[in-house]
Design a binder for this molecule. Structure first.
Ligand SMILES: [Zn+2]
Length: 424
């Protein structure tokens, strides 16, 4: 894991943050230092530029401790001084900001029809954003791993040319990912039991930065919480929409993973036992009724019959649905209403179980959200026990199609923010 980490903490297992120690323990003192370093970093992320005295006053840490922590952060090139500023009151003070320049956090996403790469600096500024079409649904896992490794190498090489050190790399996958980075199932990619983390580590020659594999929706919701229109919201769901539908869930401020990391398989909520077959082998799952494939079949039946609905056709078909919806095409509007209704049935389950404040429609749904949301909200209100859907609002994501990759990079920054720092 990240150099300088002081806990037996695995970024993939949030539950390990809960201490099992009941009394003082030598490791606790190192933990306190890491926690305090993280407090200073987070304060600077939110409030920079600010002085050491500002940090002490706001965080409650004493001034000597803040000085020592800031020295440590400057040595690690995570923070830099930007010159003296006249304070409102008292002596001029040296102001501090996050120093993003020597570092980069990288996120990749693999999906049925595309690969994306995003790199962020420490302050969250985008350093690169690449997207390429990719036949993930028709190729083998080995081919996908080779393509992912090639993309990762290009991104890492670009960061190296900019003299940036890679803090970590996270890969987003549309499927069930266990805490060791094994993809147990990614139905839309045709993957079963693919040890993606191990394969990528090997393809990248055992890099010295941490490499994580995570469910795409889990990463997209982290991006939504950090960079989206509802940044900072503690009860938030992000719905992905590609070949399947997944949910990334932040509940009471924490990512909901479940006991083995498999929470959020929203697309496989059983809606209609007599419904159409799903890629997972069952019938009538939500994504068989409300997924992109079923929407295209309803909205563009002739085109679907003629060219099929291979994932490579998703983009052009969605563009056409968007164009026809804007022009008021009755068949397309009816298709969007039907799809929105099924989505609303699923969202009502979320509302009843976890009462989110916002459910954001991401992926290909984002551009179609104006036509999906009215029907989804009607179903939500009818089917949720709490009045008015418990206050849950359905909105379009403010993020683009690179949300999961951006979330992968944000996942790396979260590690830094929690005190797992690079060695000086
Ligand atoms: Zn299913």
């Amino acid at each position: 894991m990240m150099g300088g980490g002081t806990r037996a903490q695995r970024p993939g297992r949030e539950s390990s943050l809960i201490s099992k120690h009941s009394g003082p323990h030598p490791a606790d003192f190192a933990d306190v230092r890491a926690t305090n370093l993280a407090v200073v970093l987070r304060h600077l992320r939110m409030n920079a530029p600010c002085s050491r005295a500002d940090i002490a006053a706001t965080t409650g840490l004493n001034k000597a401790t803040v000085s020592s922590l800031v020295t440590d952060l400057i040595e690690r090139r995570l923070v830099r001084e930007v010159g003296m500023t006249e304070n409102r009151i008292g002596r001029p003070a040296m102001m501090l900001v996050l120093d993003g320049s020597p570092y980069a956090a990288i996120g990749l996403e693999v999906n049925a029809d595309y690969l994306t790469a995003v790199a962020l600096d420490l302050s969250g500024e985008r350093l690169l954003s690449w997207r390429r079409s990719f036949a993930g649904a028709s190729g083998s896992a080995g081919q996908a791993i080779a393509s992912l490794a090639a993309l990762a190498k290009r991104a890492v090489a670009k960061m190296a040319r900019e003299e940036r050190r890679v803090l970590g790399l996270t890969v987003a996958v549309p499927g069930l990912v266990d805490p060791d980075g094994v993809v147990e199932l990614a139905a839309n990619l045709g993957w079963h039991e693919v040890d993606l983390r191990k394969s990528l580590l090997s393809a990248l020659n055992e890099p010295d930065y941490p490499l994580l594999v995570e469910n795409d929706a889990n990463l997209a919701v982290l991006a939504e919480q950090r960079f989206g229109g509802q940044a900072g919201t503690g009860n938030l769901v992000y719905l992905t929409s590609g070949a399947g539908i997944g949910a990334g869930i932040i509940s009471d401020g924490r990512l909901l993973r479940g006991s083995r990391g498999f929470a959020g398989e929203f697309g496989h909520l059983p809606i209609d036992p007599a419904g159409p077959p799903c890629d997972c082998g069952r019938r009538g799952c939500l994504e068989a009724l409300a997924g992109l494939g079923s929407l295209i079949r309803r909205a563009l039946p002739e085109a679907a019959a003629e060219t099929g609905i291979a994932p490579s056709e998703f983009g052009p078909h969605v563009d056409e649905i968007h164009r026809l919806a804007k022009s008021g095409d009755p068949q397309v509007l009816a298709a969007l209403t039907a799809t929105g209704g099924y989505l609303g049935q699923g969202i009502a389950v979320l509302a009843n179980l976890i009462n989110p404040e916002f459910v954001t429609l991401g992926g290909y749904f984002t551009v179609l959200a104006p036509w999906l949301i009215p029907a989804a909200e009607r179903e939500l209100r009818v089917r949720s026990v709490a009045a008015e859907g418990g206050g849950t609002r359905i909105i379009a994501s403010a993020l683009d199609a690179s949300a999961a990759a951006a979330g992968g990079a944000a996942r790396v920054l979260d590690g830094i923010d929690s005190g797992i720092l690079p060695t000086p």
